[in-house]
Write a protein that binds this ligand. Sequence first.
Ligand code: SAM
Length: 287
Amino acid sequence: MTDIWLNETLYPDWGQRFRVKRELAHVQTSFQDIVVFESFSHGRVMVLDGCIQITERDEFIYQEMIAHVPLLAHGDASRVLIIGAGDGGVLRRVLHHRNVERAVMVEIDGEVVRLAKEFLPGIAAGAWDDARAEVIIGDGIEYVRNAVDASFDVIIVDSTDPIGVGEVLFSDEFYRNCARILSPKGLVVNQCGVPFMQADELSETSARRSRFFPHVSAYVAPVPTYVGGLMTLGIAAKEPAALARSVAEIRALAEQQDVLDTCGYWTPDIHVGSFNLPPYIARYLVG
Ligand code: SAM
């Protein structure tokens, strides 16, 4: 039998490929093309419009860094808004935090959630049924437009790249509303791509956010299947303290929240160290 390979089409001249054990689902929705398959190397994998979104084998690195870093940077977040993240992995990590009373997740494509529940149940690991979770199928820009002032402490944007449905999540209007609906110590985090291949994403996003937030930075994580080196996560805060916590402070907060020692990648040292950006990335940060 000939081998079947899935070739990622994120970059025109370079990319990764996966040997496919079996295809589990292939659905074209009004938003995007969704494929879920079993691989020989990375467990089950979800692909949107030809771009790898998540694999069972390395999802923990990205999910722990996009969830734990902003919540611990804030220090006592109880109301969290998650935009995108239809696989449920961010929701799961957010709900690990003892202080969280309400986690609202707004995902535009209901099919992503349905397929994640059916074929990738280990990623959310039951977070869908948590009484603190509210899952809304809708457009993130619409949600932040209509949300009440100062109604969230942390906003986590785990979206696709700034093309197609995800583009609006990288706009001035989106960040203006994020600043409006965040409480005085509030902060927003979003995926800013892999600068080695997608430098514009980080530079444009940080320029936009610095119009609405006084403190803008970024941190990094090595996600094996987000090819091209370090993945960046952009962070914009209303208070400087969120970006200046020591390892000891982060450790104490993580202990309080019951997340210390629950992770495969995140630690207090990794948290603080991830803000030390190499020059080829730091130069894309504005201000
Ligand atoms: N971690 C992955 C990455 O960095 O590429 C993203 C994973 S997650 C599956 C991305 C989700 O964002 C998708 O399910 C997509 O449907 C959702 N999304 C894209 N645009 C959106 C929008 N405007 N509002 C809400 N969700 C959106």
